[in-house]
Ligand binder design. Structure first.
Ligand SMILES: CC(C)(COP(=O)(O)OP(=O)(O)OC[C@H]1O[C@@H](n2cnc3c(N)ncnc32)[C@H](O)[C@@H]1OP(=O)(O)O)[C@@H](O)C(=O)NCCC(=O)NCCS
Length: 290
């Protein structure tokens, strides 16, 4: 008897029972990843939808879609980012990931879609019309010593901090105008909920940065600010040891125009569909990736 291919269901933030089933699926496919805390924080909103195949109430395959306010060469473009794409090991090879991918892509219509893949699935996404795109690492040599009042650390476990990040992200500057986004505080908070992010530090009321030092390099992963400002005088407040370099989680054309390309981003592999990216090097902010 031929196997019938099940249909995908759409899970949104109002559907708490299926949300729990989704949370149960994720660690079966991505061992270190958990959505529970992020859901408890109330960060799943209308911008996040999961397309799933269920088996006896369990999610066995999934492709999630995040609505994105992309910024591309200074223009806002509504697009979508796929994430949490997978199938539990016991159900692989039956076409179930194709079912959820198709449902997720149908929901995006003709809008641009992007995703970040891991190395094992580089031949998978081209089957769905995606093409690979290079992402660049940016950095600059910079000598600095700790000094001044250390920038306070903000805790995203607190609702008012999440609300503050959301308003800076929704209304403030895009960290880059080349290839970036706005309004992705709920992606950034997911990293914090999983303890994957660098600390969130407050430079002043309207300028918050995810940043941390490793081996003499300051990594500035993202900047959420209402107005542009000179980052350099704040660097001593972000470091607890001398540094010789600053690396950026985004294209730093606004914040550090002298920064150079220091390599290719080989941690995550960008794939796009219906999306033309600007020529030249760029990096979608790491805190905007699902
Ligand atoms: C990759 C993965 C989602 C495939 O799930 P699956 O349910 O076995 O896939 P399907 O049976 O629906 O296969 C769909 C198509 O993709 C192909 N395919 C499956 N895995 C593939 C891979 N790793 N590379 C390339 N092609 C692949 C299948 O041959 C099939 O092709 P066809 O429809 O043209 O015949 C699954 O192996 C998985 O969950 N992997 C771990 C999680 C992961 O890495 N997810 C991606 C995160 S970026």
């Amino acid at each position: 008897m031929p196997m019938t291919i099940p249909a995908a269901v759409e899970i949104d933030h109002r559907d708490l029972a299926r949300q729990a089933a989704f949370c149960g699926y994720v660690p079966q496919v991505f061992r270190t990843v958990d959505f529970r805390r992020w859901c408890e924080w109330g960060e799943w909103n209308d911008d996040y939808r999961a397309f799933a195949v269920l088996d006896e109430g369990r999610v066995v395959a999934n492709a999630s879609v995040t609505r994105m306010r992309l910024r591309i060469e200074g223009r806002e473009v509504i697009g979508y980012q796929l994430g949490a794409v997978g199938c539990v090991p016991s159900h692989r090879g039956r076409g179930l990931s194709r079912v959820v991918m198709q449902a997720a892509l149908d929901s995006c219509g003709d809008a641009p879609v992007l995703l970040f893949a891991n190395k094992n699935v580089l031949d998978y996404y081209p089957r769905f019309g995606f093409t690979p795109q290079e992402q660049t690492l940016f950095g600059a040599s910079f000598q600095a010593e700790p000094g001044g009042e250390p920038a306070p650390v903000l805790d995203l476990a607190q609702a008012h901090v999440r609300a503050g990040l959301a308003s800076l992200s929704d209304e403030g500057l895009a960290v880059t105008e080349r290839f970036g986004a706005r309004g992705y505080s709920r992606i950034a908070s997911w990293y914090a909920a999983n303890a994957f992010s660098r600390p969130l530090r407050q430079l002043h009321a309207d300028a918050w940065v995810f940043a941390g030092v490793e081996d003499g390099t300051l990594y500035v992963d993202d900047i959420f600010a209402r107005e542009p400002f000179d980052l350099r005088p704040h660097i001593p407040r972000l470091i607890d040891q001398p540094i010789t370099a600053v690396h950026f989680g985004f294209t730093p054309e606004r914040w550090w125009p002298q920064a150079g390309v220091i390599g290719e981003d080989t941690e995550a592999w960008l794939f796009v569909r219906n999306l033309v990216l600007p020529p030249g090097p760029h990096r979608l902010p790491v805190m905007a990736r699902t």
